[in-house]
Ligand binder design. Structure first.
Ligand code: SF4
Ligand code: SF4
Length: 347
């Protein structure tokens, strides 16, 4: 599809146009913390400071807390009421390629692992407008997982910074449809496309943290029983769960019922395999020691998920590194795996 461009000074106008048909979400700052919030008009000032949000966009599709249904005592039995399906149409403006890939990773669990209607309905109604990442953090390592900071693969529409303009590419029919309704985008020139290509190369080069993801599942499998290694690399973890709550591909949840007199509701809320109380009910947590829980986090992303779905469940967004209170670092763990125990290298 032909590339187009839009002047940066017209982004706010474009968002206002889209607001007529969608609930538009953009990066926003709340007491200095970057998060997703509804676009309420005004300036698109986030373009000046935005790098990535603290809470990933998964929270818009899979909220930290949601009511699944309510129930009411009715005679001898219960009457169950499901909340109406999420019919609203969403548009997420500015999602980074790593986080868009994370949604594609989550889709596998929520669509193929089992059918999670709550999540799937929101995904079906959500349009993703990507914004190429030109200022990755030191903790980012997306390129080691085959994702470029300006990749358009998992969004409907992709914007790449080319100075006073963004190059705009419609990736899907939904993206094309969005552009068809506005007069704010114009045909891009060959020079614009060349500038975008330069910007893509420069952005990729700015991701300097690397891991070798080749054969990583096998290395983890071979190191699974190496208690000494896992104890060593988990020593400083305080089991706070931040690295899982804020990971764009983590999806564990707990279910609880609240009942007041004759009325109640069933909720689900994010949970974390880092917690010692995880799966305490209805059975004991099989991972009592911290090293087993941290091993689970790493192996789930780099061994078990690839075994189930043929894809690594980490996008290198770096949140678990930059937001961990004790500077635990998954890239350090992966790079420290005892190589002499690789499958096939033992004699
Ligand atoms: S964020 Fe850090 S301290 Fe908290 S559970 Fe994760 S690794 Fe442990
Ligand atoms: S494991 Fe860490 S780097 Fe990988 S996707 Fe999750 S938060 Fe991002």
């Amino acid at each position: 599809m032909t590339a187009r461009k839009i002047a940066k000074k017209h982004i706010a106008d474009l968002l206002n146009e889209w607001r007529q048909g969608f609930n538009v979400f953009v990066p926003s700052r709340d007491e200095g913390v970057a998060k997703w919030a509804r676009w309420d008009g005004g300036d698109a000032e986030f373009l000046e400071w935005y790098r990535n949000t603290v809470v990933p966009p998964k929270a818009l599709f899979f909220p930290p807390l949601e009511e699944m249904f309510s129930f009411h005592k009715d005679g001898d039995g219960y009457r169950v009421e499901q909340p109406p399906p999420a019919e609203e149409r969403w548009l997420i403006f500015g999602i980074r390629p790593c986080d868009a890939r994370a949604l594609a990773v989550l889709d596998l669990n929520f669509k193929e692992g089992y059918e999670d209607l709550y999540y799937l309905k929101r995904r079906e109604n959500g349009v993703l407008v990507g914004l190429g990442c030109t200022r990755p953090y030191e903790s980012c390592f997306c390129t080691s997982l085959g994702i470029g900071p300006t990749d358009a693969a998992d969004v409907d529409l992709m914007l790449t910074d080319i100075g006073a303009y963004f190059l705009v590419e419609a990736v899907t029919d939904r993206g094309e449809e969005l552009l068809g309704k506005t007069s704010l985008v114009h045909a891009a020139t060959g020079a614009d496309e060349a500038r975008a290509e330069e910007a893509r190369k420069a952005a990729g080069a700015r991701v300097t943290r690397k891991i070798d993801s080749q054969g990583i599942s096998e290395k983890l499998r071979a190191s699974f029983e190496d208690k000494g290694f896992w104890e060593r690399v988990s020593a400083k973890c305080i089991s706070c769960g931040i690295c899982t709550f804020l990971c764009p591909t983590c999806y564990c949840f707990d279910i609880s019922d609240e009942l007041v007199k004759r009325h109640g509701a069933r909720f689900r809320s994010w949970d974390s395999c880092a917690f010692s109380l995880y799966t305490k009910m209805p059975m004991e947590n099989p991972r009592r020691e911290k090293w087993r829980r941290l091993r689970q986090k790493v192996c789930h992303k780099y061994e078990f998920y690839p075994d189930s779905f043929d894809v690594i469940a980490c996008t290198g967004c770096g949140r678990c590194i930059r937001l961990c209170p004790v500077n635990w670092d998954i890239t350090w763990v992966l790079s420290s795996l005892p190589v002499q125990k690789q499958v096939g290298l033992e004699t």
